[in-house]
Design a protein around this ligand. Sequence first.
Ligand SMILES: Nc1nc2c(ncn2[C@@H]2O[C@H](COP(=O)(O)OP(=O)(O)OP(=O)(O)O)[C@@H](O)[C@H]2O)c(=O)[nH]1
Ligand SMILES: [Mg+2]
Length: 286
Amino acid sequence: MDNLKRCYIMGLPNAGKTTYLAALWYSLNNASMQNRIKLNTIGNAKYLADLSKRWVNADQLDRTKLGYEETEISIDIIDENKNIFNLRFPDFSGETFQNQYEKREISDELVEYIRSADGILMFINVNDIKGITFITDMPNDSIPLQDKAEMGERNYPVRNPKQDDPIQIQVIELLQFVKLIKNNKVSNLGIVLSAWDLTKNLKVKLTPEEYIKKEMNMLWQFLKSNNIFLTSFWGVSAQGGELESRDDLLNIDEPMKRIVVESNCGEISHDITLPIYKVVGGENVE
Ligand SMILES: Nc1nc2c(ncn2[C@@H]2O[C@H](COP(=O)(O)OP(=O)(O)OP(=O)(O)O)[C@@H](O)[C@H]2O)c(=O)[nH]1
Ligand SMILES: [Mg+2]
């Protein structure tokens, strides 16, 4: 393993990116429990320390705003084999990605992040995945523009791509950017289903990949048919549960035990470093 690894974190607004970083920082600084990778030194510590303090208190984190993004986050970590490597990953606002989707434009800075990334984590909040509805079952005023046009109706509402387009379509488009920028080179991708705790009451237990297959079938097919992506699937609860149950979260003696990371083969742990370790080239992680 060379000693500079870059992990690029992507995800639409509300995808769970910042919460993940807050939990990661806490985990790396309090590695009393067994993590696959451990902290060596950390850059931009204040931003992460502030986030992590609020995470420990189970306070709502602020949305990351355009223009206030922290792009210089750098953590030196050491793995089980004593490889020390420097991880860089920016905390971008979800709006950055959504603007990229809507305008089909990307800044030189983001192109460089993608080109140089050893691994990419794409966050999707399970709470934001909307079920599939047939057009015939939809209320009239929610039928998208082009469908109404096809039905010959006038005065239809104007489509707002950020709000109206399904999340999986937006995610696929963002991955198409990656594919193009990477020039179809094989790339490590981790799909992180955040707020995974919200799935625990499902009647039928699904693995993270089965969940994507069922709820975001087009994205699943895209990943299966584009084998340039070496994809791993993760269910991650970085917050540990809903903030409405804050007291339950605070009652857990060690905050790291709130974290749940489920790999695709059903392995469950509190080790939030696993998805990063996997996508930047770590071995023996499913
Ligand atoms: N139930 C539950 N909710 C979570 C979890 N992680 C994050 N959330 C919620 O998801 C929402 C979005 O989390 P953020 O981490 O701010 O998402 P983000 O991707 O940084 O969003 P932007 O900054 O807007 O791009 C917040 O309301 C969190 O409380 C989790 O593990 N469980
Ligand atoms: Mg954020």
